[in-house]
Design a protein. Structure first.
Length: 198
């Protein structure tokens, strides 16, 4: 049986690391999809749409492959916290998250032959310790906040800010591995073993 070709449609090093840990073999193709939020989209709708757009964009150019994409949205009290535009924006978000519980939605999508065959939003809730301005400033100086929704990374120094996580840390990192693997098994059936290294 032909070995499935799996593509991760993401330039995120965190998603790459999480998918590598499953033992699957894959290549990376950045989607270049527009991630601009549309008017009145809530966090779940936004995350699912962008994940699907990423998967479809790459699948259209690689129709023989199975394409996995994901998108992560951080939401606090109805406000969506995207990647910060500068240090002041990062500091604003971290002050908002300080001492509060926020929602992280990571949606994944799986595409084949330019159509979505699996998709789902997975939700986690994260509670922060209270952060001093000194702590916030020092974290921003590391440069870590600038490519991350909500201005922090659970896998890096940002882990020190977290008091509790309800849901999976993989979801907060950007790829809900358990749910994705179940989706790939539904799509591939017995072939899922063929995308693992021998």
């Amino acid at each position: 049986m032909k070995r499935p070709h799996l593509i991760l449609a993401s330039a995120s090093p965190r998603r790459k690391t999480l998918l590598e840990a499953t033992g699957l073999t894959f290549t990376i193709v950045s989607s270049g999809a527009d991630e601009t939020r549309q008017a009145h989209e809530d966090a779940i709708t936004y995350a699912v749409r962008v994940a699907c757009d990423k998967a479809l964009s790459v699948s259209a150019a690689h129709r023989d492959a199975l394409v996995v994409a994901a998108d992560t949205i951080v939401e606090l009290e109805g406000e969506i916290l995207q990647k910060p535009v500068d240090a002041a924006d990062a500091a604003r978000m971290l002050r908002m998250l300080s001492g509060a519980t926020h929602t992280v939605v990571t949606a994944f999508a799986v595409a084949s032959e330019a159509r979505i065959v699996e998709k789902a939003p997975i939700i986690a809730r994260v509670t922060f310790h209270s952060l001093s301005q000194e702590t916030i400033d020092a974290y921003i100086e590391t440069g870590e906040p600038f490519d991350k929704a909500g201005s922090y990374g659970i896998q890096d120094r940002g882990a020190d800010f977290i008091a509790a996580v309800e849901g999976s840390r993989d979801t907060v990192m950007g790829l809900p591995v358990k749910e994705l693997m179940a989706a790939l098994e539904r799509v591939l059936g017995s072939q899922v073993g063929n995308v693992r290294p021998k």
